[in-house]
Design a protein around this ligand. Structure first.
Ligand code: SF4
Length: 202
């Protein structure tokens, strides 16, 4: 996977600070990165900091992020999350999973993507739909629950590499081991039997 995506990095763009990156990840749940990237320039132009975001009106944030799935819930979450950062963390984003998952809209996956992508913290493996699908097809887990899949992967991979798993599995799932189609570029075709059930893409 690393050889196929040598310069792999998050496809969330348009952010300049840890706060803005966290907001991007919260917005990306059940939504494409492309969708998030289309709304964040306007969002961060108007509300670049926790203080300004915490004072935003719900209507305005909903309107700016309306092209993102679950925009009403996410608008509420990011305003409340910003208020907590201002009041409890001096407007800084905490850097432990334990603290991050107390923020609205932030679960284990969001916390670990944030900590691993920015700080290579390796506190846990972030499991989203792509990581789950690739792990299941390759026989690395039998579970469907993301937290249980994360535990299985954390037993297989050395802790020092945990930060890489989400990054590579996501790109692999997005471009090679896709939901309804597989690719001839897959490096596991000789050993993975799952492909035989899927139409072949390029
Ligand atoms: S062989 Fe097919 S199903 Fe298996 S990992 Fe590769 S693309 Fe996915």
């Amino acid at each position: 996977m690393e050889s196929l995506f040598p310069n792999a990095q998050s496809e969330l763009v348009n952010w300049d600070t840890p706060f803005q990156f966290l907001i991007c990840i919260v917005l990306s749940a059940q939504t494409t990165d492309k969708g998030v990237n289309s709304v964040t320039p306007a969002l961060f132009k108007k509300y670049p900091t926790p203080l300004l975001m915490s004072k935003a009106t719900l209507n305005d944030v909903e309107n700016i992020i309306r092209y993102v799935n679950y925009f009403k819930t996410k608008a509420k979450h990011i305003i409340e999350l910003s208020r907590i950062l201002v009041e409890e963390y001096n407007s800084l984003v905490p850097v432990t999973t334990k603290e991050l998952i107390k923020l609205p809209g932030v679960g284990n996956k969001t916390a670990n993507v944030f900590l691993n992508d920015l700080y290579i913290k390796n506190e846990g493996i972030a499991v989203d739909t792509h990581v789950a699908r690739v792990s299941q097809r390759l026989g690395l887990t039998k579970h469907k629950d993301p937290d249980k899949i994360a535990k299985d992967l954390e037993k297989i991979y050395p802790k020092v590499d945990w930060w890489k798993i989400n990054r590579y599995f996501v790109l692999y799932g997005r471009y090679i081991c896709r939901a309804n189609m597989n690719s001839t570029k897959c490096v596991f075709r000789d050993t993975c039997s799952y492909c035989k059930t899927l139409p072949v893409g390029e």
